[in-house]
Design a protein around this ligand. Structure first.
Ligand SMILES: [Zn+2]
Length: 209
């Protein structure tokens, strides 16, 4: 079999003739629907830069106060993490777990994976886990629901503003920036190019050893 003429779908292994796409076009696998190709300009460089930014923004968005509220002279501030802990203490632990996974754990793993993969590709360093990381990252994409929490936060803000003056903290700004970065990250990642480069690195590594 001539492997240069066909590509296997990374999800279902269906053999496909690679489509010659222009920037802005998309190709999906006809069997499983996996997004195969979405050419982007300088995808590796951009993904690498966005991953670093996202990784840096992640920590303030989880740890810094998102908003503060003063009730009867007592100032209270809330972070994303303290929100999860509060849910847990209220015995709403199934909700606490879902919020923790979808708003903290999965975005962190997703950004770390994309940083690892794009970093390896950027510096042309082979790693035997690259294929596994790519698959994990693809599946995690479906589990990140930052936008949903953003909506929840907006609704909570509107309701709280009616009772007491609200102060917005750096955590909220970092969270908004993180949502923008994550969206850009997903839209700049050229799956096909990444798989091609991984395969290339693997071959070079095999030849070298
Ligand atoms: Zn497929």
């Amino acid at each position: 079999m001539n492997s240069t003429n066909y590509d296997a779908c990374p999800e279902c292994d269906l053999l496909l003739k690679p489509a010659q796409l222009k920037i802005g076009e998309k190709a999906h696998c006809p069997r499983c629907g996996l997004l195969l190709s979405r050419p982007r300009k300088q995808s590796i460089e951009r993904t690498f830069a966005l991953s670093i930014t996202g990784f840096i923004l992640f920590f303030p968005s989880v740890l810094l106060p998102m908003m503060g509220i003063t009730v009867l002279g007592d100032a209270n501030t809330g972070t994303l993490l303290s929100g999860v802990i509060a849910l847990f203490n209220e015995n709403m632990w199934p909700v606490a777990i879902v919020v923790f996974l979808a708003s903290i754990m999965f975005p962190l793993v997703h950004i770390s994976l994309s940083l690892l993969i794009s970093g390896h590709l950027y510096f042309k360093r082979s790693n035997r886990y690259l294929v596994t990381w790519m698959r994990w990252m693809y599946h995690l994409d479906e589990w990140i629901m930052l936008e949903v929490y953003m909506l929840g936060i907006i609704v909570a803000c509107v309701k709280l503003m009616a009772i007491a003056p609200l102060k917005f903290g750096w955590g909220l700004y970092a969270f908004i920036a993180l949502i923008i970065i994550t969206t850009l990250l997903t839209s700049n990642l050229d799956n096909r190019l990444f798989w091609q480069r991984i395969e290339q690195l693997r071959k070079e590594n095999n030849n070298a050893s």
